[in-house]
Design a protein around this ligand. Structure first.
Ligand SMILES: CC(C)(COP(=O)(O)OP(=O)(O)OC[C@H]1O[C@@H](n2cnc3c(N)ncnc32)[C@H](O)[C@@H]1OP(=O)(O)O)[C@@H](O)C(=O)NCCC(=O)NCCS
Length: 153
């Protein structure tokens, strides 16, 4: 294993500071503290990979607890990529959902793959959209600047 830790441990919590540090490490925008705290607290499930006490990866599920499960914030710190931590995180996330679904039930698991990351998820059974009667996934950034001007990006 990379660096000093012999074994990665998996926990279910991360501080706002460490969350934003992981985001920064993969060049994602920082989430403001208040929103980040709400986001983490309201996670349906949060899985964090820890090396020597330091978070080096994470994934979380946002869900209505009924029909929809959305996997988001899948991050492995660049120094620790390629050691199957991402695979372990997604496996744990999918195991959690599997245990949540009872016999005879059907639910939807979705995610927005970052550019060119589709093949990482396909190995778990995800379909790259569009396929069949499913259109492309869609998203929009939405910002309000310090003068109150709202801009969809
Ligand atoms: C995508 C990411 C989470 C993968 O984590 P990781 O721990 O490096 O991945 P793993 O080591 O578990 O890789 C598992 C397999 O997926 C493949 N894989 C890894 N990154 C990949 C990528 N970007 N695209 C396609 N396949 C990838 C690996 O080659 C590996 O294949 P193998 O089992 O045949 O060796 C990590 O690269 C990352 O955090 N990237 C930056 C943030 C990001 O894009 N997150 C995803 C947002 S949707």
């Amino acid at each position: 294993m990379e660096k000093s830790c012999k074994q990665i441990e998996y926990t279910n919590n991360i501080s706002v500071e460490n969350y934003n540090a992981l985001r920064k490490a993969v060049n994602w925008i920082s989430v403001n503290e208040k929103r980040a705290a709400i986001a983490l607290k309201n996670s349906f499930y949060l899985c964090v990979a820890v090396c020597d006490g330091n978070p080096v990866g994470m994934a979380r599920i946002v869900s209505d607890g009924g029909y929809t499960y959305f996997i988001t914030d899948v991050i492995v710190h660049p120094d620790y990529q390629g050691y199957h931590i991402g695979t372990e995180l997604i496996t744990r996330v999918l195991d959690y959902i599997e245990k949540d679904v009872l016999d005879g039930e059907t639910i939807m698991i979705s995610l927005m793959a970052a550019y060119n990351r589709e093949s990482f998820y396909e190995r778990f059974g995800f379909h790259t959209r569009p396929f069949g009667n499913h259109g492309s996934g869609m998203s929009m950034w939405f910002s309000r600047d310090i003068n109150g001007k709202v801009t969809p990006l």
